[in-house]
Design a protein around this ligand. Structure first.
Ligand code: HEC
Ligand code: HEC
Length: 156
């Protein structure tokens, strides 16, 4: 019984010593977040422009993963904001007759069946109305934090 008590005391001592040590080590303020800058810095974000490709210039962008919302490959500057009374995206992309048919390069990709309540009745799901909530245009910028999603892990 005494041995156990002694062991307990020793363990408590070791743990307290370790915790004490961890608490004593300050974390430098430029190591707190993912961006390795000081929390006192107010860095200006890099100025960027979305690509200015015309919708009919053709081509799409790679998807991040299967079933990911495709990135918008064309300029949308004059199409946003999407409002209740004005959604230019549906003007080109709401093509119920083409759902499930082969895609034609350079032609608007039809909204998929998942974006409708009823494709035949051309009844779009209003939860999909705000396209830019999920589909975003792209620009060539250096990411603040590198994204390794989908890349092969580095060999150790
Ligand atoms: C003037 C017609 C037009 C308008 C308006 C338009 N698009 Fe497009 N969109 C296209 C065309 C054409 C393509 C290219 C398809 C291709 O080349 O395969 C395209 C491609 C896309 C793609 C890529 C699809 C894929 O398969 O990768 C997305 C996403 C998209 N548009 C979203 C939008 C959103 C969101 C809006 C509104 C902010 C919008 N579009 C407005 C014509 C249009
Ligand atoms: C809630 C998120 C969300 C919203 C809002 C949304 N989408 Fe999508 N969209 C997706 C996802 C996820 C996919 C890929 C999976 C699928 O096909 O359902 C997709 C696929 C697409 C595709 C590619 C279809 C294909 O066959 O390759 C187009 C084009 C598209 N959406 C256009 C639009 C437009 C235009 C709007 C606005 C009217 C819109 N989406 C609103 C999530 C969304």
């Amino acid at each position: 019984m005494r041995k156990i008590a002694l062991f307990g005391t020793a363990l408590a001592f070791v743990l307290t010593a370790q915790w004490g040590q961890a608490a004593d080590q300050p974390v430098p303020d430029d190591q707190l977040g993912l961006s390795k800058t000081s929390v006192y810095d107010v860095p200006d974000p890099q100025v960027f422009e979305y690509r200015e490709a015309d919708p009919f210039s053709g081509g799409t962008l790679p998807r991040a993963f299967l079933d990911a919302p495709p990135q918008v490959p064309h300029d949308i500057k004059d199409m946003v904001p999407i409002t209740r009374d004005n959604n230019m995206c549906v003007a080109c992309h709401q093509l119920p007759d083409r759902v499930g048919k082969r895609k034609v390069k350079g032609q608007p990709t039809p909204l998929p069946a998942s974006h409708y309540v009823d494709v035949k009745a051309n009844n779009m799901h209003m939860g999909r109305y705000n396209c830019t909530q999920c589909h975003t245009p792209q620009a060539t910028v250096k990411p603040l934090v590198d994204n390794v999603f989908g890349k092969k892990p580095a060999k150790k």
